[in-house]
Ligand binder design. Sequence first.
Ligand SMILES: O=C(O)CCC(=O)C(=O)O
Ligand SMILES: [Fe+2]
Length: 224
Amino acid sequence: MVMKRSLPNLNWVEGFSVRLSQLPQLQGDDDHDPMLKSFRCLLEEYGRHMARLAHTLFDVLITNLGMDPALCAPYLSESTGYLRLYRYPPYPDPDQVSGLEAHTDSSVLSILNENVVGGLQVFKDERWIDIKPVSDTLVVNMGDMMQAISNDEYKSVLHRVLALKREERFSICYFVYPPGDLMIQSTNYRPFTYNMYMDQVREDRETIGGKVGLPRFMLSEPLN
Ligand SMILES: O=C(O)CCC(=O)C(=O)O
Ligand SMILES: [Fe+2]
């Protein structure tokens, strides 16, 4: 008999996050290192494209619901944008670990760019579905804030990344949020700010070991 030991809650991933608004402040610090400087410039340029794309997508998504994009514009604060650069090394026994465990993003929108090895899944109709990677294609996820702003018309998708046995996976993810202190008005949730939301997420992680997310703010009787 072969005994297997599983490694619960182990995300087999490494990388870093960078707040885009902080990058220009690093100008000068990297003068001595041309590679670092060109990397910073590349991140800044990439961030600008992502911010433009997020803005356009947000307007289209809001207009599609018959809501006024001008009224909703403050919900998307491009100054909150950040990039997460991840490397998922291969793992010899991929059933024993996650690349990234199941979660919803707390963002308004998340825009993912991945190499073509697979591993990303979304939960739909009670099962996990592989998102087949297509080269030179971005994947856009709606986040929790989009779900609240859209009164649940758009769903914040539960997703995860599987560990892979042989391939190395890379992703560059852009996330954008509302300003921290802006009240989010929704027919289905009590008014809350993004800061209040994240305080609750942190508290839930500490006390019950995981994120509850939007259900914490749900109204028992939706407003109309
Ligand atoms: O690496 C990916 O493609 C997804 C990453 C992700 O879901 C996240 O960072 O929230
Ligand atoms: Fe995510």
